[in-house]
Design a binder for this molecule. Structure first.
Ligand SMILES: Cc1ncc(COP(=O)(O)O)c(C=O)c1O
Length: 407
């Protein structure tokens, strides 16, 4: 059977689609790769993540400002993937824990190309971070500024502020990090004078203004994002020594039909408009945007059974392997790797259920699917970010394999 590559699916693209009726990623037959391993398999396309990175770089170049790009490794810390990014020279890395620092260094990133922005930072964490004088450290609270000052007086630091405006995928409140709802992240305007005084009292120089206002914003939310950026930039007025403005991550990608991808030209134009002629280096630290759509989670169907009026297809991996759909209600798109039926119009609703003893362990409910039988492979799309990295061993079902497809 021969399908056009795109097949009319909203998620299909040049490197992801059906070839002769079999799902291919970056020129690889997904089902065949899955057959070669036991259990759940994450596949990541190196070409795709480098393309995503290049797209952000092109956008940043259009702003006319000097820029730094840090990959947020909390999204995916698979070592071959990190090494590929380090080798590419396209980016530094954003970290949020000392263990991430160790891994970033081991994978080839220099301390000067690493930016730390964490939360709940302990003194033990600080000892490990401050051992690297070149590391960029952004403080997300007044206490952290004080404790950095006590240990490294005279150091350059960044401060994470909370502009009290934010944006996230589908306006999901759990993905907004700086909005009406008070969050733990960053320093609020009313704390600002105390934060500045604390830095000054400890001889710290604030070189970076940082804010990260939410995760997953798309094209339709650019106006809200711009408002948040403007509110963040307002803190610049009190920072004569700042050289860098770090806008965090949060760039989103489509999860379901109708989601419009970010238009990089509009994104860049927004930044250009807001930054104007300010003499600063622009930094961003995207995670999801780089890796999420470069990855799939491939699972096997273990059982197909009708319960009342619902057809359940159970698979050999649960929400513990990719928690975002359950935690954040993010849409999840399951795709049969070798569909038996050529015509999506004839597909029937199936509920794809994981293997964890929790009622919320449903990948997708009522998803139109071709007929499925035991042993079929299903790929969950957009599994390259915050999936393996967030996984747990709940029910002792945490085992999986990962593979970076280098070509
Ligand atoms: C400080 C900071 N920077 C960057 C990111 C990366 O966000 P995203 O993967 O949505 O781009 C996060 C994610 O939570 C973050 O907290």
């Amino acid at each position: 059977m021969s399908w056009p590559k795109s097949g009319g699916f909203w998620w299909a693209r040049d490197d992801l689609g059906f070839v002769d009726g079999r799902l291919n990623l970056a020129g690889h037959d997904v089902a065949r790769l899955a057959e070669a391993v036991d259990g759940p398999l994450f596949l990541y396309s190196q070409a795709r993540l480098l393309t995503n990175m290049a797209r952000v770089r092109d956008g940043l170049a259009q702003t006319g400002r000097p820029f730094r790009l840090y990959y947020a490794m909390k999204a995916n810390r698979f070592e071959p993937l990190l090494r590929a990014l380090a080798c590419s020279g396209l980016c530094g890395v954003d970290i949020c824990s000392p263990n991430e620092l160790d891994r970033a260094l081991a994978c080839g990133f220099a301390a000067a190309d690493i930016s730390f922005t964490g939360t709940g930072v302990s003194n033990r964490d600080l000892e490990r971070l401050l051992a690297h004088p070149d590391l960029n450290i952004n403080c997300d609270g007044i206490g952290m500024i004080r404790r950095v000052g006590e240990r490294a007086p005279g150091r350059d630091i960044g401060v994470r502020v909370n502009p009290a405006l934010g944006v996230g995928y589908g306006d999901n409140a759990r993905l907004i990090y700086a909005g009406q709802h008070v969050t733990k992240f960053g320093i609020y305007r009313e704390q600002w004078s105390e934060a500045l005084a604390t830095a000054q009292a400890n001889g710290l120089t604030i070189r970076t203004l940082h804010f990260h206002v939410g995760c997953g914003y798309l094209d339709g939310q650019l106006a809200d994002w711009e408002a948040a950026v403007a509110a963040g930039l307002a803190f610049l007025d009190d920072l004569p020594d700042v050289t860098t403005v770090n806008l965090g991550g949060g760039l989103g990608l489509p999860h379901q039909p109708g989601d419009l991808p970010l238009d990089m030209a509009r994104w860049a134009a927004t930044l250009k408009r807001r930054l104007g002629s300010r003499n600063v280096t622009l930094a961003v630290e995207p995670g999801d945007y780089i890796v999420k759509d470069a990855g799939l989670l491939v699972l096997s169907v273990t059982n197909v059974e009708m319960k009342r009026d619902v057809v359940f297809a159970s698979v050999d991996g649960g929400f513990n392997l990719a928690p975002e759909p359950a935690f954040y209600d993010l849409p999840c798109e399951p795709v049969a790797c070798v569909p038996r039926d050529l015509a999506p119009a004839a597909w029937r609703p199936v509920t794809i259920a994981g293997n964890i003893n929790e009622a919320l362990d449903i990948w997708a409910a009522g998803q139109p699917m071709p007929p499925l039988v035991e042993g079929d492979r299903i790929a969950l799309l957009n599994a390259g970010g915050y999936a393996a990295a967030m996984s747990s061993d709940h029910c002792m079902r945490g085992a999986f394999s990962e593979r970076l497809l280098e070509a």
